[in-house]
Design a protein. Structure first.
Length: 230
């Protein structure tokens, strides 16, 4: 049984006023991408890390990674799902139908390896797969187009999707292909799996699995990474 990791980095991403996408901005002594990739390549189970990049990416090959022999760059697509499909096609002749594929946001450098190990353990015999997620703790309001509160959404069964998301190779490939053929834009891999009628499992993850979305998240991510070393 093999484990493959796809880390889409093809989008131009938020630049925060800089001359490069956010994954190439400094985070401590490295870039965001280096922090994320170097952390996940520590996982001995990972066969290969596939990173779909933009065809005109002029930054990634300037970076040094701790385990470059594990990394393979491929040309990504316009949308996240296109890039993941490009990654799946890159390993199509090597991967088996029941191999595991993890998809992780390159802008989530703080993911805990212990959480990923929990994914491995709890999904080991699952035929579909699942995702890291957090139970929603805040009160959630449904808004109107006029930015007024429509109603309060019961939060007892609400979860925030995180990454990695982990699914069987054949099933994920089929799900993303079907979504693409139907012209559906899925925002994560679990959504594509759901469209096939499956129910991916929810595996509770740490709340510090931050996705860098805003400029101030860079400082927060650096703080979290420092705290995780303690």
């Amino acid at each position: 049984m093999n484990y493959w990791l796809i880390m889409p980095a093809a989008g131009t991403g938020k630049r925060f006023g800089a001359d490069k996408p956010k994954q190439y901005l400094a985070l401590g002594q490295k870039t965001v991408m280096q922090c994320t990739v170097d952390r996940l390549t520590q996982l001995s189970q990972i066969q290969q890390v596939i990173i779909p990049i933009h065809p005109q990416d002029n930054f990634v090959h300037q970076l040094a990674f701790q385990q470059p022999e594990k990394i393979r760059f491929v040309m990504g697509g316009a949308e996240r799902s296109d890039s993941v499909l490009a990654g799946l096609r890159a390993i199509q002749t090597q991967a088996h139908a029941q191999d595991w594929v993890l998809v992780h946001d390159v802008a989530r450098p703080c993911v805990r390896l212990s959480d990923i190990q929990r994914l491995f353990e709890q999904l080991a015999h699952d035929e579909v797969g699942g995702i890291l997620a957090n139970q929603v703790r805040d009160t959630i309001k449904q808004g109107t187009a006029e930015q007024k509160i429509s109603h309060t959404v019961p939060r007892q069964q609400l979860w925030q999707a995180l990454t990695p998301q982990m699914f069987r190779f054949e099933l994920l490939f089929k799900a993303l292909m079907q979504a693409q053929q139907q012209g559906l834009q899925v925002t994560d891999e679990a959504s594509a799996i759901e469209l096939l009628g499956y129910q991916p499992r929810l595996i509770a993850g740490a709340y510090d699995n931050l996705k860098i979305t805003y400029f101030e998240d860079l400082a927060l991510a650096e703080y979290l990474l420092d705290r995780q070393k303690i």
